[in-house]
Design a protein around this ligand. Sequence first.
Ligand code: EPZ
Length: 425
Amino acid sequence: MPEYFSINGARRLEGQVTISGAKNAAVAIIPATILAGEPCILENLPQIQDVRSLQKILQKLGAQVEITAGGCMTIDPRGIQTRDATFPEISSMRASYYLLGAMLAAYGEVELALPGGCVIGARPIDQHIKGFRALGAKVYLDEDRNVLRAQAARLRGAEIFFDVVSVGATINVMLAATRAEGTTVLHNVAKEPHIVDTANFLNMMGATVRGAGTDEIRVHGTTKMRGCAYSIIPDQIETGTYMIAAAATRGDVIIKNVIPTHMEAVCAKLLESGARVMQGDDGKEFFLRVTQTERPRAVNVKTMVYPGFPTDLQQPMMAYLCTADGLSVITENIFENRFNHVKELRTLGASVNVNKRIAKVKGVSNLRGGDVYATDLRAGASLIVAALSAQGTTRVHNIGYIDRGYEYLEQKLRALGAELERVKG
Ligand code: EPZ
């Protein structure tokens, strides 16, 4: 049996936890270093599977990539000769699609094995393709090989209106636009923190990107960018996961190295449920303190694009609301199929009824231990939150999904008093 987490639940989380670098910023910024054409140093990268996968992918393309123990990565893209990114590792992670924008801009051509959909939805990339074509690229889809080829002798600035607010398309087209002649204006863009972080990184490399985090992003193309050193922002979703786990275990946890403005929607929901959330700074960095002593009140949650409630925290939040007092209605507005964790929560005694994009969670007094199986990264996080609060022992399987996005999870949870063990299968 593959390795799994064994968790003895119903123990309050107490103490301090420090947040790592943001996965969804890291997986965009690492491919973006190709645009520099010179060595870059990235700090505060989370030591997670997705970062290690991108290291291997860039090395296979020909770049020199080293990761130090402290989560610092040096990347020298000058060794990249190939335009062929169709080897198997590419399809192993969805965020490899950022190579499209980076390599199209840096080399004028790229061939990429397409990421599949996944259990949370079809996850098409039509908006990415729309953006590249608007910039003057020829984009061909080889459906037999599931490969996308993009070519552009030169990219020209354009005005682009996305039909769908998409994090990936916003970032990918922003990458390509940094080397398009003239000005590109992107409308109906996503505003997540990792988009702003990627824009800041591009500007450190000599790009001119303005308006990231607002409804309109302007990019003035440049012919030359340079290497730089950059530190990744703290992970908004990891922060929210620990906030929710603290409340779900009726705990008292100080979460350090956070950006409070990124957490406003999550703070509001936890406060509405009866948790206490305090913000402070110790002179060096901001922290959030989450305390819950009572049974939470049921709340309704609607996932929205930033600054709304993040879809990536819908699954952990549901685990918390499984033992709330009353009926919580959760509406998943971003992905069409992001309730695969419900079946597993029911194994632990949850009472959840799903109809298309709406899950109705009828709070029970407590969850009980059992064997549950992660189906994706944040479903795994949901099962961890449920296991931490459940009476008895829970075994969470398929934890490879969880290792993709949470750095040092067992160490951080054990330091907060969790009884958790990674059992080698
Ligand atoms: C990013 O995925 C994140 N992944 C996801 O986090 C996150 O859930 C999502 O943004 C939303 O915040 C990374 O950043 C690596 P989208 P992405 O394009 O870019 C539709 C995690 O757990 N759409 O914003 O793929 C799409 O189907 C992961 O860390 C199109 O229709 O998400 C979805 O319904 C899971 N056409 C909606 O837009 C397109 O061309 C939002 O998707 C692109 C997207």
